[in-house]
Design a protein around this ligand. Structure first.
Ligand code: ADP
Length: 263
């Protein structure tokens, strides 16, 4: 099936990452990772467990600081360019600027347990982005309505199912109005019957033209939604290309084995 939102070839670059490298102690988990994402593009990051996918995602968001490489956001964009060289000193200011560009949806939702759904959603916009509270509340209510959770506004996370918590996690990311949405295995902690709802929301966001990177084991979903698939193994990019090519007709042996095992 063809992607629903194939971006214009000339669409503006949202992100350009070059030569990202990261080691944890003696464990070199990323080597020479390059990623280009254009506005409206959906990139699926796939690969075996431990191949470095989450570390890539966290590096793009400043939750991990790579040892080397560069990340450039918004080249030629009206919102201004942000270029970070991880080989140089990266301080709190640079990390905060990096975090401001993207928003992460976590595998385990990571909602604040002591806050209501509404408070979880408006915390970032009000406390970090300093937006007016009334505006943040109105936006949160609109987004909750959209994902079918308007009636859960005043509930606490423990009162919600995993699928509902993850939909709140997605709304919380959207409320930040980021240039880039990052999903870290958003459905892998869910009971099978709850996976479809969450994937449905992500697919709608793709159709609306959100720019996204999704780490996922759901290869059928990746094929359906992603424009580009990047297959990682052992901390390197082994293969990348249009979703249908990488998933249906991979060129590299390692990709073939991985794709076959999961289909
Ligand atoms: P994936 O998302 O593909 O499963 P990860 O990026 O989570 O892979 O992990 C890649 C490697 O980095 C693994 O060997 C993992 O154990 C290691 N790793 C990830 N985070 C840390 C950390 N905070 N400290 C030490 N090792 C880590």
């Amino acid at each position: 099936m063809s992607p629903t939102n194939t971006p214009e070839p000339q669409a503006a670059p949202v992100l350009e990452a070059r030569n990202l490298a990261k080691a944890f102690g003696s464990n070199q988990v990323l080597r020479d990772i390059d990623i280009d994402i254009r506005r409206g593009q959906v990139v699926a990051l796939i690969g075996p467990s431990g191949s470095g996918k989450t570390t890539v995602l966290r590096s793009l968001n400043g939750l991990e600081i790579p040892d080397a490489g560069t990340v450039t956001f918004g080249q030629g964009d009206a919102s201004g360019e942000l270029a970070i060289d991880f080989g140089a000193k990266v301080g709190k200011k640079e990390v905060a600027a990096l975090r401001d560009r993207s928003a992460m949806v976590f595998q385990h939702y990571n909602l604040f347990p002591h806050m209501t759904v509404l408070k979880n959603i408006i915390e970032g916009p009000v406390q970090v982005q300093k937006r007016p509270k009334a505006e943040a509340i109105a936006e949160a209510e609109r987004l909750l309505e959209r994902v079918g959770l308007a009636d859960k506004r005043d509930a606490y996370p423990f009162e919600l199912s995993g699928g509902q918590q993850q939909r709140v996690g997605i709304v919380r990311a959207l409320a930040l109005k980021p240039q880039l949405l990052l999903f870290d295995e958003p459905t892998s902690a869910l009971d099978p019957e709850l996976v479809g709802d969450v994937l449905g929301v992500i697919k709608e966001l793709a159709e609306e033209g959100w720019t996204m990177v999704i780490v996922t084991h759901e290869l059928a979903f990746a094929q359906h939604v992603a424009d580009e698939v990047i297959f990682m193994d052992g901390g390197v990019v082994v293969e990348r290309g249009p979703a249908a090519e990488v998933l249906r007709a991979p060129r590299q042996e390692r990709t073939k084995l991985f794709v076959k095992r999961l289909q």
